[in-house]
Design a binder for this molecule. Sequence first.
Ligand code: 6PG
Length: 243
Amino acid sequence: MPDIRVFSDSPAVARAAADDIVAAARANTDAGRPFSLVLSGGSTPKLLYQLLAAEPYRSRVDWPNVEIYFGDERAVPPEHADSNFKMANEALLSHVPLKPENVHRMEGERDPTEAAIAYGRMLKARFGDGGPDITLLGMGDDGHTASLFPGTPAVSETHHRCFAQFVEKSTTGPSWRITLTAPFINRSARVLALITGASKAGRLKEVLHGPRDPQRLPIQLVQPSPGRMEWLLDTAAAAQLPC
Ligand code: 6PG
């Protein structure tokens, strides 16, 4: 059975995710271990990032102990309106006392293939065969997650941790994307998929209750082992799921 929590609206989803992140970060600090968090792009996580940057959440996290990574990036410079780093930086990263060397952005301004190779090497150096503590994901209306778009080569990638590809039908139009691969995402101790809004309801039903078809529904590839996949939904996104 999928691990699903349904909340009244998107602010409630963001609060639940913030509570989970604060608790997990504190547990690592108490145990003397760094806490690694992979951020997702798109619009849904912005509320969560803004919550974490403000009280009462901000001062409950030992930010110098937190390592930030990204699930995907658009091939644009970090100051570009489409940059996932820009959104995360403005909503969260610039407001909390992270160590600059602990913020690992994908370099969207570089040649995408070179940027993906560099990111993969960095992940290998930092995690070895392991993975992050929490990976945040969203889901597009078409069933993509991170920049694993339906029918694209990244969906079939089994070896690399990070991959670059040109995507004809992406949310920002035909463009290059850099993305974590499913095998790396699946090394996460926990994946929190934040999915809100009525436009996701039909696809989410297919993803969770339809036949397995990850080429068409790439988010079905996310099955962390031995980690946990947790779905945090609002009532609109969950509307077509069986009770
Ligand atoms: C990106 C993403 C992407 C996103 C989904 C959902 O860079 O676009 O990381 O996978 O999470 O497209 O986007 P929304 O939250 O905007 O619906």
